[in-house]
Design a binder for this molecule. Sequence first.
Ligand SMILES: [Zn+2]
Ligand SMILES: [Zn+2]
Length: 335
Amino acid sequence: MALLEFNKNGIYCAQADVYIDPWKPVKRALITHGHSDHARWGSDYYLCTRSAKPVIRYRLGPINIETVDYGESRVINGVRFSFHPAGHIVGSAQIRVEYQGEIWVASGDYKLEDDGLAEAFDPISCHAFITECTFGLPIYKWPKQEEVFADINAWWAQNKAEGKVTVLTGYALGKAQRLMHGLDTSIGPIFTHGAVENVNEILRAQGVILPPSIRLAQDTKKGQLEGAIIIVPPSAADSPMVRRFSPISLGLASGWMALRSARRRRNADRGFILSDHGDWDELNRAVAATGAERIVATHGYTEQFSQWLREQGYDASAEKTEFDGEIFEEENDNK
Ligand SMILES: [Zn+2]
Ligand SMILES: [Zn+2]
């Protein structure tokens, strides 16, 4: 029996009777990060990193949750578990599992580029690596974030000059804060959708430094938004709340913007390629850095990526999960 296996509830460690990011309620859940496809409601007990807890607690309500620091171990029935930075969002972790000398790592979601907010990705040596592969095709190649932010800021300044309000979409947890972090606040004020500002408040309370932002309210007047940028979840991009400030210029920030068809599908003026998941090159570098021989590819292009890895000599396979990857069409958000 493998140390970690996939069953109908999630990624399971039978020896310790715990799950990693279970999609069904279980007795004990180890959670890589607070995105709602990974941190689901209904389990009896949760364990996550200290910096992931506030958002998970906010999203899941009153749950039985404990925390560990990065690198700290918990031993459950002889199995040693520890959490290591995944670079995806604040608090996100890869989970290392060790039993009788055998080491597995479940990546959760990750990226290698240090965004200055999430704890930077830390490669962990292991025998078997369970990797996400949301963007596991060679066509996905991210520009450097500095270039993307220079483009975003230039677009914002241009909109301001043309008397338009700038609207930029990003998930309420993760992408929105990363966007804010990269904005040039000398251009104008940052307004935020309530779902974004709720997360901002939680992160600021735990010491994450974000630029100042103003919560968009029902009675926010158009005059207040002169030269402003509004950060909204993707689901709110077309909402009356945003449209009432027209003329607006709408921008989307997502890894999917690498696909021309995805840009066209939405009613957007600009698409910026910015993802909190690794691109093709990052996935390959992450796999190589683990030194693992056995690779299990989950959410994303699992068949293509695992076949590519087999061609490179890895013992690679694909497993189905109920993780969503980076959703483009809908905000996957509880609140
Ligand atoms: Zn995620
Ligand atoms: Zn995910």
